[in-house]
Write a protein that binds this ligand. Structure first.
Ligand code: B12
Ligand code: SF4
Ligand code: SF4
Length: 378
């Protein structure tokens, strides 16, 4: 049975397959509790709400005995770190430059599940990210890689650029692969490069400080202390993965669905700042970016514009001071303050009195104080 499932999974397009018991160690469960207790999940309320279910796969499905774990390679041979210097362009993390991986993986896992049920009497259930199984520890137990200091799974076949998918079964099957020894050694490149210092310790992440969380999961205003650190990253962040020396094993993905779409790759911030709701939905149809909606996306674009030090941005940022969304207006005020004190003061004099939203009024005041407190601008 085991080789049949493996062959079928590879035939469906997955790049690697492993098997393990449907269980995670008690240390992993305890660490998940610590993570939640410390509030490191931030606004991702589903994590605390589903805590009990996530502690063990059997809490999700009581009959679960083993797990089929699949990897999908999404490397497009780009080094995202090179694009950080292109300050007038928005940097979208590698995983989001084309199709939504949830759909890609889920579709194939469902096919694998139907195939398995048709060939055997085994019962199966599939999980991808949206269902909150602990995927990385299962992938590690299945011998597909090790969890690095940056908290992600590293594969000796594909480096850092893999998605994980899981299918649970109600029968026991044993892994044929040995677990892979953690090979981080004394390296600390991922910890050192993190722009927001999101790792309290190696192997621990405070999601609230991670740019991936701030740009995607955090729905309200990005806390002021992180805004400058975002640089031109407008959706997710790849720095800790991209710096990892084990990317020497990365290979170009054979899945067209994950290769960077030209129109989503390093687009001009000016162009992005002008898109309305309809254009946003059209542009990001089928992409994970669509999930955050136009206002949150423009919020991120504006923070990047504020970080660009580029005067060509000023008229485009000024226009968004008049946007209907308070989320957008706050980010526009911040960006304008970063780009030009003179135009900031002009717009403030024009708009402050008429502003009804407290958050937006507050941003005018905070930025004004920041500029009067010695902020230098050309
Ligand atoms: C929530 C989540 C996030 C959060 C939190 C990230 C994180 N490291 O947990 C945010 C939004 C920040 C995020 C970002 C990213 N994510 Co994400 N994310 C998830 C999700 C849905 C759940 C992960 C989870 O349970 N985290 C909770 C914590 C507790 O887990 P953990 O970090 O693994 O914690 C372990 C250890 O670090 C340690 N530990 C942690 N905290 C503490 C605290 C103490 C005190 C102690 C002692 C120990 C300890 O013990 C824990 C248990 O083993 C998974 C999918 C899934 N269902 O598993 C995808 C997943 C992990 N993400 C993925 C990806 C691709 C990303 C990004 C690369 C996307 C991007 N480019 O922007 C970044 C990477 C950032 C990073 N360095 O991790 C992939 C990773 C694939 C892989 N090869 O590992 C996954 C598996 C999705 C998938 N199906 O492929 N993600
Ligand atoms: S994804 Fe970026 S912000 Fe998040 S931990 Fe890695 S380097 Fe830090
Ligand atoms: S950069 Fe170094 S420490 Fe971080 S995950 Fe890669 S090998 Fe491990």
């Amino acid at each position: 049975m085991i080789s049949g499932i493996e062959d079928k999974a590879l035939e469906l397009g997955f790049d690697e397959v492993g098997f393990c018991q449907a269980d995670i160690s008690s240390i992993t469960s305890k660490n998940l509790i610590k993570f939640i207790d410390k509030g490191r999940h931030g606004e991702m309320k589903w994590m605390s709400d589903n805590l009990h279910r996530r502690l063990k796969p059997v809490n999700m499905w009581k009959d679960a005995k083993s797990a089929v774990v699949v990897l999908a390679n999404y490397s497009n041979n780009q080094n995202p770190l090179h694009y950080l210097k292109k300050k007038n362009n928005g940097l979208i993390s590698l995983y989001a430059k084309n199709k939504d991986y949830h759909k890609w993986i889920k579709g194939r896992l469902k096919n694998l599940a139907s195939w398995t049920s048709s060939k055997t009497k085994v019962e199966v259930k599939v999980f991808v990210d949206t269902a909150p199984l602990m995927e990385k520890p299962l992938a590690e137990s299945a011998g597909l890689g090790w969890i690095g200091k940056h908290t992600n799974l590293i594969s000796k076949n594909f480096g850092n650029w893999t998605f994980i998918g899981i299918m649970l079964l109600n029968v026991k099957i044993f892994s044929r692969k040995k677990t892979i020894k953690n090979s981080c050694g004394s390296c600390s490149k991922c910890i050192d490069i993190c722009p927001t210092k999101a790792f309290p310790k190696p192997y621990e992440l405070d999601a609230r400080k991670c740019i991936s969380y701030l740009t995607i999961e955090h729905k309200s205003h990005i806390p002021r202390k992180f805004r400058s650190l975002l640089g031109n990253r407008i959706y997710g962040c790849d720095d800790c993965l991209a710096i990892c020396p084990w990317n020497k094993f990365a290979k170009l993905s054979s899945h067209i669905a994950f290769l960077a779409k030209k129109e989503l790759d390093n687009i001009s911030l000016v162009k992005l700042s002008s898109i309305d709701e309809l254009e946003f939905r059209k542009m990001y149809k089928g992409s994970p970016i669509k999930r955050i909606g136009r206002n949150q996306f423009i919020r991120n674009v504006l923070i990047a514009m504020g970080n660009s030090s580029s005067r060509i941005m000023i008229p485009h940022v000024s226009r968004l001071i008049y946007d209907n969304s308070p989320l957008v207006r706050v980010a526009a005020i911040w960006a304008l303050g970063k780009l030009s004190k003179k135009i900031f003061n002009f717009e403030k004099n024009k708009n402050f009195r008429n502003e009804n939203e407290n958050d937006v009024r507050n941003e005018w005041i905070l930025m004004h104080n920041e500029l009067e407190g010695g902020f230098k601008n050309k």
